[in-house]
Design a protein around this ligand. Sequence first.
Ligand code: FAD
Length: 452
Amino acid sequence: MELTSFGLEEHAYEPALFHPFPDRRYLLYRNDSAANQREIARYSKADAEALPRYEKFWEGFAELLEPTLLAPPVPLADLAAFVNTPEAEDFVRKILFLSIAEVLDEYFESDEVKASLATSAVAGTMAGPRTPGTAFVLGHHTLGDIGGQKGAWGWPRGGMGAISESLARAARHHGADVRTGAEVRQILVRDGRAIGVELADGRTLESRVVLSNADPKRTFLRLVRSEHLPSEFVGAIERIRFESSSFKLNLALRELPDFAAIPGIAPQPHHRAIIDIAPSLDYLERAYDDAKRGHPSEEPFLEFVMQSANDPTVAPPGMHTMTISAKFAPFDLRRGSWDSEAEPFAERILDVLERYAPNIRKAIVARQWLTPLDMEREYGLTRGDVFHGAILPHQMFSFRPVPGWSSYRMPVRGLYLCGAGAHPGGGVIGAPGHNAAMAVLEDWPKLRTGSP
Ligand SMILES: Cc1cc2nc3c(=O)[nH]c(=O)nc-3n(C[C@H](O)[C@H](O)[C@H](O)COP(=O)(O)OP(=O)(O)OC[C@H]3O[C@@H](n4cnc5c(N)ncnc54)[C@H](O)[C@@H]3O)c2cc1C
């Protein structure tokens, strides 16, 4: 969509990751393998030597999966055809069935190194580092590139809204009419065919095609009346594993965090990185254990960035923004509700952060939180699931959103699922939208004339 010519400016995080430990040690990763080897060698020489082998493993993952992203999912039988040597079989066994802890154990000995490399395997996913399938989740997050930097994570100048704005500008340039704040109450269906939408204000918009990037549960359990759908399909949609995992705490700061590991409030490279607080695999596993029993973690796993350290356009001069994603925030709470539990959880997040950056509380000018319930209420994300359904392997490829319906074409003719609930899943990647658009273009000659 040539988004750069419509104003999108994206950058890879550099340094890529800052991982401080409670004893003031830290790991600072760069987009540079040799530099990372030197960093890891401070913890274990053997681990530093193992890093290139580990990176090669994930390069193999990307080589296998990246070509499948911008196309409908390859049926399992076709995938199986690739598994024709003992090495390929073992590789597939690892990426589909192992936990990230098992993969890391094969390469590394230092628990600090393992913890720092495990975090994206459980980010946005209600699973611990010892849950089977989390190796795949990590692989999913390493796909793609930012400005040619393979596997890097990036940020857009102006904040995440800049992506939506550039998409809207590109769409308008090509003749689209973009309406925001227009809630759809119902997808209208007649004779098994989508004929438009009804908005919450009662207006209707007629159309030959409807594409929904609302999540599959919202689309098929709320927006399409069940009488228009096969009951087995509705049952399968009901059974998709939707689990919230993230609690957002946004802070406006008068100064940067002063980390005990690298002291100072003047901007330094580590302030520009993604920052993880997860000192060990056991810490991550405990944080998940609490959540699976319905309690927001006693000691949460935190992942955060200070956007203003990279992008001065998002805060007034001298001031800073910090967005914290606290993982393992279950949607269903054993005690209380998110409306009462949000503040105590936000305080626990700050308690944890204070151990690493003691100035954090006094630096706060304002704070705002978004619980999984808020994400459902405000963003329409069912159960606060940021990926429209877990991205564990049993819900990927031709199993997404549900087996038998992975081609973006849904049981109602002219209705397409085009968001993260479809292949290849969640993340700011645009791939489900691309693939759904291709399906519509393929079908357009028939859709246009209304023929079956
Ligand atoms: C807190 C959080 C942190 C995340 N962090 C990252 C990250 O660091 N990296 C990354 O790659 N991904 C991240 N993600 C995931 C990523 O944002 C999603 O996977 C991605 O936005 C999915 O895009 P989408 O267009 O499919 O769906 P969405 O972005 O969810 O868009 C769906 C849209 O449908 C709208 N909608 C729903 N119901 C209706 C209705 N009835 N009428 C009209 N509109 C409706 C919603 O308001 C929403 O705008 C994060 C998500 C969250 C919530």
